[in-house]
Design a protein around this ligand. Structure first.
Ligand code: ZN
Length: 332
């Protein structure tokens, strides 16, 4: 999917319908604040709704995807749609808001709505926020502003009070899992979602990172450790260049895959390995004693991940070495 394409995320369906209802009744506010933690798909909802509003051949409450407006949107070149986000720093700068004000003051080029998405709104510095406040105080017709914020509490109260607030929470896993599974991921969708604390887009990111992170390297290292073909230091050095959290999460996926598979081996509902490349490795963990050690190793991975998340500068090499040491002990 291209960067400008939209997808109506299944857990956003009800909020989307609510917005459609408001638009149909002419009750759309001029500014919305979509608040909720990062990774829920707030921007995707804002985008999809924007596409709907601008599309000239809407069908069954959806943008058609092929009219001229939809084509321009898909190419990211629709003149009446603007996405404001930090460019070369972490901040949304005053110049970007000035451009936005100019954009809002001009008449629509394609004759429909003018839409501005600001993401994340808390990235506006004080002067940007104050400039945007003026726009919010004097709304112009046929203009829709959607501020997307991961931390709405950080916004100026005056900005919050001039937007119609919509809050978003983590969706039920039952809605997210089929969506994740349809993304053609290699790992288990429920496992990814669990690791992502039920934040759907984070789970998808983990799946991507997992694919990008050359798992064959990590799996190769884990196999060699089991066969005692390399030492701990050598193993850590081979994986050190990857992001530490990625390494840990990849080990979590691999370990949980093996655990789930081997624990059901004798049962009649054997759980297949999500990653078939792990078959050789999994064969090492068929005894109950080794499975118990593997469980302990998984717990250690959880702790290590917590350490990595909570420390600003963890000693990555040390953590990797300690994990690889424990891993090598699981088969002793
Ligand atoms: Zn269209």
């Amino acid at each position: 999917m291209s960067e400008h394409a939209t997808e109506l995320l299944p857990w956003m369906e009800a909020d989307y319908r609510r917005l459609l209802g408001l638009a149909a009744n002419g009750k759309l506010a001029h500014a919305y604040l979509f608040g909720g933690q990062e990774g829920l798909g707030k921007l995707a909802l804002a985008r999809h709704f924007a596409h709907y509003l601008l599309c000239t051949e809407k069908q069954a409450g959806q943008p058609c995807g092929h009219c001229r407006e939809c084509q321009l949107l898909a190419a990211g070149t629709h003149p009446d749609m603007k996405l404001i986000q930090p460019e070369d720093s972490n901040e949304i700068k005053i110049d970007q808001i000035r451009e936005t004000i100019e954009f809002i003051n001009k008449t629509s080029q394609r004759g429909g709505y003018k839409i501005v998405l600001v993401r994340p709104a808390e990235a506006m510095n004080i002067s940007s926020a104050n400039a945007l406040l003026k726009v919010l105080e004097e709304p112009s017709s046929n203009t829709l502003l959607i501020l997307v914020s991961h931390q709405p509490a950080l916004l100026m109260a005056t900005i919050r009070s001039r937007c119609h607030g919509m809050g978003f929470n983590r969706p039920a896993p039952a809605v997210v899992i089929p969506w994740l599974e349809a993304k053609n991921i290699r790992a288990s969708a429920s496992e990814l979602l669990r690791m992502a604390n039920n934040v759907p887009l984070r789970a998808l990111e983990l799946a991507d990172e997992d694919a990008v992170h050359d798992r064959t390297v990590l799996h190769g290292v884990l196999e060699k450790l089991v066969r005692k073909e390399i030492g701990i230091a050598e193993a850590a050095a081979a994986c050190e260049s990857y992001d530490l959290e990625d390494n840990i999460e990849a080990m979590m996926l691999c370990t949980s895959d093996i655990l789930a598979h081997n624990q059901t081996l004798s049962g009649d509902s054997a759980s297949p390995l999500h990653d078939h490349d792990l078959a050789a490795l999994a064969a090492n963990f068929q005894s109950a004693a080794r499975l118990i050690k593997l469980h302990d190793f998984y717990r250690q991975l959880i702790k290590a991940r917590r350490t990595v998340k909570s420390k600003s500068n963890p000693n990555g090499l040390l953590i990797l070495e300690s994990l690889f040491y424990s891993w090598s002990r699981t088969v002793n």
